[in-house]
Structures are given as C-alpha cells and as structure tokens.
Design a protein around this ligand. Structure first.
Ligand SMILES: O=C(O)[C@H](O)[C@@H](O)[C@H](O)[C@H](O)COP(=O)(O)O
Length: 238
C-alpha cells in the first residue's frame, strides 16, 4: 500500500501510529515487539516524534527489542553510524533495556564474524519462524534499500539472514539483513520523501522488473504487509 502525504509532519505522525499499533499488537500477543530500524536521514522525524509525548507513552518500551536493517561498519561514535543517529534521536529518550538493543557493530570482530553473531542473536530473540514484527526501511535515490545496493552480490544472498560485504563505491563495509529475512517480516514500512526519490520510486513501484538496478523491487508487493510512506514530491511520477 502506498500512503501519500502533503507534509512531513503528517507522514511521520502516521508512521508513528503504525509503529505504536504494531508494538501494542505484538506485546499483547507474545510479550515482546521485535523491530528493525533504518538509518539514513528519512527516519529522523519519526524517531523524534516517537521519543516525545504523547507518542512515547503509548509504547511499552521495556518489551521492545531493537535491531537494525543495515549499518555502515563504523564505530558507534562515528558520525556515519546509523546506530548513533538512532540513539541520539530515539533510544536515549525511551526506556528500552540496554540488553535489548542490538547495534550492528562489534569491536574486534571482522564484519563477517560479526554478521554471523548477529544472525545468532536474531535466532535467539525473533520468533521461531524468524519473522520481525516490524521492519522500517528507507530508500536511496538509486533505488537501494537497507544495504541492498545496485549490482551487489548481497541481492542474491538467500542462505544467510545477515550479510557483510565491502561496498567499493563508499569504501566501507556494510552489514545488512538479507532479502529472505526482510521479506518474511510481518510488517514493513518504507519512508521515502523528497523530489530526489521520485524517479526511483517510480522505477521500484511501476517500472519494468530490474531488481539489479533498483533493488527495492525485491521487497514484497503484497498489500497489507508493506506500507510506503511517501510525500507528494517523491510520488510525482506514480
Ligand atoms: O545506511 C544507510 O544508508 C541506510 O540504511 C540506507 O538504506 C538508507 O535508508 C537510504 O540510503 C536512504 O537514505 P536517506 O534516508 O538518507 O535518503
């Protein structure tokens, strides 16, 4: 489902409501809410909203398990760290127990070793089928989502849940949840706004099938399980 908004405040408010509804339903059903957060700039407004009244008080944060969809392989205090941004905007302001927060960074481990350990943590904390309650994603102007970048091998990784690889274009390692894991989530919410996303949004949602070029095409298309939160500018061509 594509939900189009005139302004960002409204977009973030509706995304916050989806987060809260998903959290309440999961906690009522099984006592915990497992969510993978996204980095980039797109979720900043949503995170700030979730960290503030009245939204903050709607979530039982003690029952929330926080993971990330992807990460730049940099220390947690690096300004490029997705985890750092999330702590600053959301996690430092809500009472999620520290041991229920799983940043994608481990001192001393290689990216590959770390990806294996991260996958083990997921096996311990997700339900037995390995389905996240909610995964938040962004989308780049090139049509990537998570760290599924165009023409990278990770697009074909169906054996692992978590993969690490060197992204030449950015001269850094990336850690990412893989296609099969993200696609089996109970709910996915993608936030994409701004005119620079318009071409990619068109290609991903309505263009010819070419997932090598526009990896977000690999996301599920079934209505109900995935919601695209977009603004008028991003939706200019759809
Ligand atoms: O680490 C990252 O870069 C992200 O997790 C990435 O997938 C992001 O969501 C998109 O690049 C959109 O980024 P913006 O929100 O900054 O446009």
């Amino acid at each position: 489902m594509v939900r189009k908004f005139d302004d960002l405040q409204q977009l973030n408010t509706e995304a916050a409501k989806l987060f809260i509804t998903a959290a309440k339903a999961a906690i009522a059903a099984k006592g915990r809410f497992t969510v993978a957060l996204t980095g980039g700039t797109s979720p900043v407004g949503l995170y700030r909203l979730l960290a503030s009244s009245p939204y903050r008080d709607e979530v039982q944060w003690e029952q929330v398990y926080i993971f990330w969809g992807d990460e730049r392989w940099v220390p947690l205090d690096d300004e490029r760290s997705n985890a750092r941004m999330t702590f600053e905007t959301l996690l430092s302001h809500v009472p999620v127990p520290q041991h229920q927060i799983f940043p994608m960074w481990g001192d001393g481990a290689s990216p590959d070793e770390f990806a294996r350990k991260y996958e083990q943590s997921l096996h311990l904390h997700l339900d037995p089928e390995g389905r996240f309650d909610l995964i938040l994603l962004g989308m780049g102007a090139d049509g990537h989502t998570a760290s599924w970048f165009p023409h990278t091998g990770v697009l074909h990784e169906y054996d692992k849940w978590v993969a690490a690889y060197y992204l030449h274009a950015q001269d850094m390692y990336r850690i990412t949840l893989t296609v099969p894991l993200i696609n089996q989530a109970k709910q996915i919410a993608v936030i994409a706004y701004g005119a620079n996303k318009a071409d990619a949004l068109y290609e991903v949602l309505q263009g010819e099938r070419n997932a090598e070029q526009y990896p977000a095409q690999l996301l599920p298309t079934a209505d109900g399980r995935i919601t695209w939160f977009v603004d008028e500018a991003a939706a200019a061509r759809i």
